[in-house]
Design a binder for this molecule. Structure first.
Ligand SMILES: Cc1cc2nc3c(=O)[nH]c(=O)nc-3n(C[C@H](O)[C@H](O)[C@H](O)COP(=O)(O)OP(=O)(O)OC[C@H]3O[C@@H](n4cnc5c(N)ncnc54)[C@H](O)[C@@H]3O)c2cc1C
Length: 315
């Protein structure tokens, strides 16, 4: 089960009043050190500065333009245009970066939004492929997981180097990973950052960790087509050690895997992996709409919340 504080913070991530508090005035000032830790900047150019530092250490980047759950066609249209402009900026930097996309940013979840989202993702995937900024589809709430698979298969037809994130907290995640990899698609394994009902999700951390380890083993030893790749996206050092053992034992080729971590967490571990010659990538969230992402990072780690509470209420 999620601890009550973590569950509370995940609920706050959807609260408009909490968003207003943390993104304006006093709340923003108090949260600032943590926001700066997790958010790579408000513009793509600020995030590019951060990406260059990683690039010098042999670490690739995945840019994630903050924003989710848009509600009007105009907002969605603006988001698509902004994404295409950012793809240009990222491509011109020539650092081999990818870009993460949340389907709710491009119409998914709106009335009749699935078709809109499909069209937008096709446009983004085509443009990204042309500019060498391949698409990574983020995993959102569990009720979108099946639809995300459908969108991914369409995107993968356009760009075979695209990837789909799959949450190991979800009970059917292992089948989804198998299905994608069998078709030559690529996956990013993540534990899962959302509050989910027990019917669809493992709620104990030990179950999520076990599913991650077993799915990882399946992905590495499963003899999937060579074009399928697996991104091991975790800061959990036990799972990273386990992945390293599996990779070594199986003689798993470097073209078929990479380690991914979020900017602001365990950068030393990512640098060490890159230094040992493993493919690595950092996920850089940027933009002004960082609030829900920020709250999910707080929810993962009680120490972050304690830091914030101390700043709010004095030492
Ligand atoms: C590259 C990448 C992409 C992701 N994409 C998605 C996605 O598309 N959809 C989705 O639902 N989730 C995504 N996530 C988030 C993921 O689901 C987890 O919520 C998050 O990674 C924490 O889990 P963990 O694997 O690090 O393991 P945990 O067991 O939570 O953490 C392991 C250790 O990492 C450190 N750590 C973890 N989180 C934090 C933190 N916030 N602050 C400080 N230290 C921390 C701690 O030392 C902790 O002990 C992504 C994560 C990564 C790394």
């Amino acid at each position: 089960m999620r601890n009550p504080l973590s569950a509370f913070l995940l609920r706050l991530s959807e609260s408009e009043r909490a968003r207003e508090f943390f993104t304006g005035g006093y709340g923003r000032r108090v949260a600032d050190p943590l926001v700066k830790r997790f958010v790579a900047g408000e513009s793509v150019y600020e995030a590019l500065d951060v990406a260059h530092h990683y690039h010098e250490k042999g670490i690739a980047s995945c840019f994630a333009y903050a924003g989710e759950e848009l509600h009007t066609s105009q907002e969605v249209e603006e988001a698509v245009e902004k994404t295409l402009l950012d793809i240009d900026a990222i491509a011109e930097a020539g650092i081999g970066a990818s870009m993460a996309h949340k389907l709710t940013h491009y119409g998914y979840g709106m009335e009749n939004g699935e078709g809109l989202c499909m069209r937008n993702m096709a446009r983004i995937a085509e443009y990204g492929k042309r500019r060498g900024v391949h698409a990574e589809i983020d995993a959102e709430k569990s009720d979108s997981a099946e639809d995300a698979l459908r969108v991914y298969y369409m995107v993968h037809e356009i760009d075979s180097k695209s990837l789909l994130a799959i949450q190991m907290a979800l009970r059917d995640s292992r089948e989804h990973v198998h299905e994608v990899m069998e078709k030559g698609g690529s996956v990013r394994l993540v534990k899962g950052a959302y509050l989910e009902p027990e019917e669809v999700a493992y709620t104990r951390k030990s179950e999520v960790d076990r599913n991650f380890a077993e799915t990882l083993k399946m992905g590495i030893t499963g003899e999937y087509p060579q074009e399928s790749r697996i991104a091991i996206a975790t800061h959990d050092t036990s799972l990273i050690r386990y992945a390293l053992e599996l990779i070594k034992e199986a003689g798993f080729p470097k073209e078929m895997y990479e380690f991914q971590m979020l900017h602001g967490i365990h950068g030393n571990v990512l640098r060490a992996l890159a230094g040992s010659g493993h493919p690595t990538r950092v996920y850089l969230l940027y933009g002004t709409e960082w609030y829900p992402y920020f709250m999910r990072r707080l929810a993962e780690r009680p120490a972050n919340t304690l830091f914030l509470l101390k700043s709010l209420f004095g030492k």
